[in-house]
Design a protein around this ligand. Structure first.
Ligand SMILES: [Zn+2]
Length: 230
């Protein structure tokens, strides 16, 4: 009871428990001890402990406030669904406000989840059964993470343009390669023909030389034949 009384009266008085205790005369033997006791109570309990408690409370509130501010800031500058930041929508066909109100409306996603949960399984459409399967597995891949249709379309266009340009380049290169190959083949044929012709010429020359060298014997032979014939 003593401790309860001291805490009750001591904490409710600005100067500590000394405010409610009997004021001793300075002639009493325990007067210095009472002064020390009252002062100690005042410094330790009233100033340090109470301020510690108040400090913790105020600190916690400040933390909560800053956390809330941070969350609000994130919600203001980042799309809750896809996580894209406001600056990603600069100079695009869709503004960030339109994006979070129309394209990635939080509530529409929630409504869709509720619809998928409430709807009969046999009435599911394709996307609904896909999302129902994802929700069942606690999989969040069906959310468009870091992408939005209004941005993806332009990106896709860029990619498609690039692909088309690359294909054009490739086809023109292929054309050049085929013409070069045909030209090379022609050249090869010409070369082989020339070589053949040259070989034939050489063969003919050799034959001509040989026949020139052996021109006499055949005639002699012929002569012989003639001789034999006659
Ligand atoms: Zn979004």
């Amino acid at each position: 009871m003593c401790i309860v009384t001291v805490l009750n009266h001591g904490l409710r008085n600005g100067g500590g428990v000394g405010d409610v205790l009997r004021k001793p005369s300075k002639n009493e033997p325990l007067f210095p001890a009472r002064v020390v006791y009252d002062l100690l109570f005042y410094f330790i309990v009233i100033i340090i402990v109470l301020n510690l408690i108040f400090g913790v409370i105020i600190d916690t509130f400040a933390d909560l406030r800053s956390e809330k501010q941070k969350k609000e800031e994130v919600l203001k500058t980042t799309c809750f669904i896809c996580g894209l930041e406001r600056d990603k929508f600069d100079n695009k066909t869709v503004s960030f406000e339109d994006h979070i109100k129309q394209e990635h409306n939080i509530w529409n996603y929630l409504f869709f989840i509720v619809l998928v949960r409430e709807k009969n399984k046999t009435d599911y459409t394709g996307p609904e059964s896909y999302v129902a399967h994802m929700i069942k597995n606690n999989n969040l891949d069906w959310f468009p993470r870091m992408q939005a249709m209004s941005l993806v379309v332009t990106d896709g266009d860029g990619e498609q343009n690039e692909m088309r340009m690359l294909q054009d380049k490739l086809s023109s290169t292929m054309r050049v390669v085929t013409t070069l190959t045909s030209q090379l083949n022609e050249l090869k044929e010409q070369m082989t023909e020339q070589r053949k012709r040259r070989q034939r010429m050489g063969f003919v020359d050799v034959q001509a030389g040989a026949s020139a060298a052996a021109a006499v014997p055949p005639s002699a032979a012929g002569g012989n034949h003639q001789m034999y014939k006659t």
